[in-house]
Each structure stands twice: as structure tokens, then as C-alpha cells.
Design a binder for this molecule. Structure first.
Ligand code: UDX
Length: 446
């Protein structure tokens, strides 16, 4: 919404949320206190806030005044009832739709921005159309393809914008209206119009295909470790084939983030509910491979550290699910930590952008042990170099650029010997680390 406000000065954008604390942070005069860390975001908020970009808790007023309403609430995996662990929880979507239905007095375009299971638009439409006020609602699906850490860049230079809507004259008119917003800064041929169902499904499928690439290369990383092949050389060799392409072939400790796992589980659930067992199993394998990669990394750490990590100090460099974000949802680091804590390791975590509160909340959420036990075995530090004093091992779990700039000889001197580094991001130079004296493990290389 900040990017839309910045690119379309004549459009008034109001972002509303019932969470007062969050809206207060978005209105904070100190732009470093915005709730989300994203390169370039604070500059864009600063340019438009108070001019044509507003953050408010007055939801009803904003609904009443708007022509277009984007529903952008979260749709986490259900943790209860039917579809538990796989289906998307649409509680928040439904509450939004009911609120719009209650308040709206004139025609609105309602845009699904949240990632939703196929055919959710129908449910929204049915709620909206049964208000009995004679108001016409056009429902559009406009999934978001930005990646965290590069959000602003991705929005400004989007490969494509997808707009799904009904194939009626009114539906076409609504799609054109939304398209005209994006046409402020994107060429028209990158704005694709489809029917609602194609648009909703395409979002899930795009994420499934991307995650599948990571799981595919990660499966090969395990094979490379058993042979003399190097996973980077394999990625490069296959990526040069223009039909395969070079992006998203970096082997890692496993993908994380709020989207990949959730959306694939959702796809699996949808396929299964239509009786398409083989289709469901096929996509579920992407998740199974990702879980394997995380488990394999933790098990390798334990085996290398002479089959016991009990009482050993291990430092994590990185907790976020990727660099340049403070988001930790489904981050591989959480699961690696959990596995090592089960073996009674003592962990010290450093991440440049993630708070101590978030790290403990992530661990407590797993419910593997008591919060007290988590706090006894795991600590969080703001000093990455002091952290390694007398450490047995370091695990690099997020590819933050700053890790490459550290004085690794100094780090080596401070650690217990043999000093182990487990690089889950292929971030560091193997030859250099070997020369310093580290026992250096790089995922995807023997
Ligand atoms: C993803 C999609 O890219 C985006 O289009 C969609 O809108 C939301 O989901 P995001 O989750 O923000 O975006 O990050 P992404 O860059 O896709 O990375 C996801 C995970 O895969 C990260 O943990 C990342 O480290 C990992 N990854 C990515 C790899 O391990 N290797 C790769 O080559 C690429």
C-alpha cells in the first residue's frame, strides 16, 4: 500500500487494522520503529505518510470512504478442526467480509490480496451479496508475489501483476480499474487478467514451483556430500540451460518463510479434498524433502561433534528465514535449535535484526519443552564476536552479508579446538576456512 501511495499521489490510501499497537508503530515519528524491517520501506513510508497514506484503527470509516478495499489479513494453516495442519484458516477473511457487508452503503471493488484457497472469492461474494442493501460488490483476486527482503524492489519492478475477476462486463470494468493503479508504474503487458479461480490457484502454484526448486537442489546437495560433486557446480551447470534457468537453485539448510510451506500444504489439502491422492502426494514430497534437509543438518552437527552436544556451547549466526528481513516464520534455524536443545546443547543466538522476544516466542511455540527450559539452554546476544568465546561450533543459518566480513581468524582463536563451522547457507569460502584451521562443513560438498 505504501508503494501504491508513493506511485499514485492522487489516490488516497488508508491502511486499517484493529491492532492499535501495530497502527501506532506505523504512525511512529521514528521510522526505525515501523513494525516491519524491509530495505527501502521507511523511505517510501516517509515520502507519503500524512499526504496520501494513512494508518488508522477506524476500520468502518475507511470502508465507508473507499472505492476499492484490499483484504490483506493473514491466512495461517489451521491448527484445529477439519483440515488441521493443512487447510488455510479463513476466519480473518470472513470477519473482514462481514464487516464490509455491514458498513458499505455504495458499490465497492473488494480485492483479495491474502493468499487464499481456490474458490474463496465465491465465499466472500456470498457473504457480501446477502446483506440485503442492494450494494454491488465486484470481487477480484490480486495475489502478491513480492519476496521479503526485496519487497520494494519486487513491487516496483514486478515480473507480473495478476488480476482475477468475473468475466462479466462489470467484472471486466473492475479488473481494468485495479489495473489502472498498477499502470502508474508498470507496463500494461505485465498486468495479466484471468478468471478468479486461475488467479487464486496461480499464487499457490507459483510458490509450490519455487519451493520445489529449492527442495530439488537440496535433495541433490545430500547426494553431492556423498560424492565428490559440488552442488554449486551442479546448480550452475543445470542453470545455464535456459529451459531450467539459474534462479532459486541455491542449496540451503531448508526453505522457510510464511508462504512456501503454508501454500503447499494448502495445495495438498485442496488436491486431497478433490480425491486427487497422487497430486497431493506429489506436492507433499516438497515439504518432506525440506523437513529432511533440516533434520539432516542437525544430525550432521551432532555426529561431527563426536555424537554428543550435551553441555557444548554452539553459536548460531542468523535466525531469520533469509537475509534482509526480521521475519522468522518457519525459519530453519528454529528447527535446528529445537533438535540441538533436545540433545542438551547450550545455544547462543546472534541475528542482526531479530529480537530476543521473537526467538523465544518461536521456540516456545513448538511446545517441545517448557519456556523456562528454553531460556536456560538458549541465550541471545547482540555481540557476534564475543559470542564465540569457548564455543565448540558455529552454525551459519541465515545468509546475512555481514557474516562474510567478520575476522574469521579472530573467531577461530576464540573458539575451543577443534573449531567447527557448519555453513547451512554456503556463505563462506571453504578454502579460506580450511586454511585458518576450522573443521568446516559446507552444505552440498563432501
Ligand atoms: C516467497 C515467494 O518468492 C514470493 O513470490 C511470494 O510472494 C511469497 O513467498 P519469501 O518467502 O519472502 O517469498 O522468500 P523467498 O525468497 O522465496 O525465500 C523462501 C525461502 O527459500 C527462504 O528461506 C530462502 O532462504 C529459501 N531459498 C530460496 C533457498 O534456500 N534457496 C534458494 O535458491 C532460494
Amino acid at each position: 500500500m505504501s508503494v501504491i501511495a508513493k506511485q499514485c499521489p492522487e489516490i488516497k490510501v488508508t491502511v486499517v487494522d484493529i491492532n492499535e499497537e501495530r497502527i501506532a508503530s506505523w504512525n511512529d515519528s521514528n521510522l526505525d520503529n515501523l513494525p516491519i524491517y524491509e530495505p527501502g520501506l521507511k523511505e517510501i513510508v516517509e515520502a507519503s505518510r500524512g499526504k496520501n497514506l494513512f494508518f488508522s484503527t477506524d476500520v468502518d470509516k475507511a470502508i465507508d470512504e473507499s472505492d476499492v478495499i484490499f483484504i490483506s489479513v493473514n491466512t495461517p494453516t489451521k491448527t484445529y478442526g477439519k483440515g488441521k495442519g493443512q487447510a488455510a484458516d479463513l476466519k480473518h477473511i470472513e470477519l473482514c467480509a462481514r464487516n464490509i457487508a455491514k458498513v458499505a452503503k455504495d458499490d465497492k471493488i473488494v480485492v483479495e490480496k491474502s493468499t487464499l484457497p481456490v474458490r474463496t472469492a465465491q465465499a466472500i461474494k456470498s457473504i457480501l451479496d446477502n446483506t440485503g442493501k442492494g450494494v454491488n460488490f465486484e470481487i477480484l483476486s490480486n495475489p502478491e508475489f513480492l519476496a521479503e527482503g526485496t519487497a520494494i524492489e519486487d513491487l516496483l519492478n514486478a515480473d507480473r501483476v495478476l488480476i482475477g475477476g468475473e468475466e462479466t462486463p462489470a467484472g471486466k470494468e473492475a479488473k481494468d480499474a485495479l489495473s489502472s493503479i498498477y499502470e502508474h508504474w508498470l507496463p500494461k503487458d505485465r498486468i495479466l487478467q484471468t478468471n478468479v479461480w486461475s488467479s487464486e490457484l496461480s499464487k499457490l502454484v507459483a510458490n509450490a514451483f519455487l519451493a520445489q526448486r529449492v527442495s530439488s537442489i537440496n535433495s541433490i546437495s545430500a547426494l553431492c556430500e556423498k560424492t565428490d560433486a559440488n552442488v554449486d557446480e551442479v546448480s550452475r551447470a543445470i542453470g545455464f540451460d535456459s529451459r531450467i534457468g539459474s534462479k532459486f537453485l541455491n542449496s540451503s539448510v531448508g526453505f522457510g518463510g510464511s508462504c512456501f510451506q503454508k501454500d503447499i500444504l494448502n495445495l495438498v489439502y485442496i488436491a486431497r479434498s478433490f480425491g486427487l491422492q497422487e497430486v497431493a502426494d506429489y506436492w507433499e514430497q516438497v515439504i518432506i524433502m525440506n523437513d529432511y534437509q533440516k533434520r539432516r543438518f542437525a544430525e550432521n552437527m551432532i555426529t561431527s561433534l563426536y555424537n554428543t552436544v550435551s553441555g557444548k556451547k554452539i553459536v548460531f549466526y542468523g535466525w531469520a528465514f533469509k537475509k534482509d528481513t526480521n521475519d522468522t516464520r518457519e525459519s530453519a534455524a528454529i528447527y535446528i535449535a529445537d533438535a540441538l536443545l533436545e540433545e542438551k546443547a547450550e545455544l547462543l543466538i546472534y541475528d542482526p535484526k531479530v529480537s530476543e522476544k521473537t526467538i523465544y516466542a518461536d521456540l516456545d511455540y513448538l511446545n517441545t519443552r517448557t519456556p523456562e527450559e528454553n531460556r536456560r539452554l538458549l541465550r541471545v546476544t547482540k555481540n557476534p564476536i564475543e559470542a564465540v568465546d569457548d564455543a565448540h561450533a558455529i552454525a551459519v543459518l541465515t545468509e546475512w552479508d555481514e557474516f562474510k566480513t567478520y575476522d574469521w581468524s579472530l573467531i577461530y582463536d576464540k573458539m575451543l579446538k577443534p573449531a567447527f563451522v557448519f555453513d547451512g547457507r554456503r556463505l563462506l569460502d571453504k578454502e579460506e576456512m580450511d586454511t585458518i584451521g576450522f573443521k568446516y562443513y559446507k552444505i552440498g560438498q563432501s
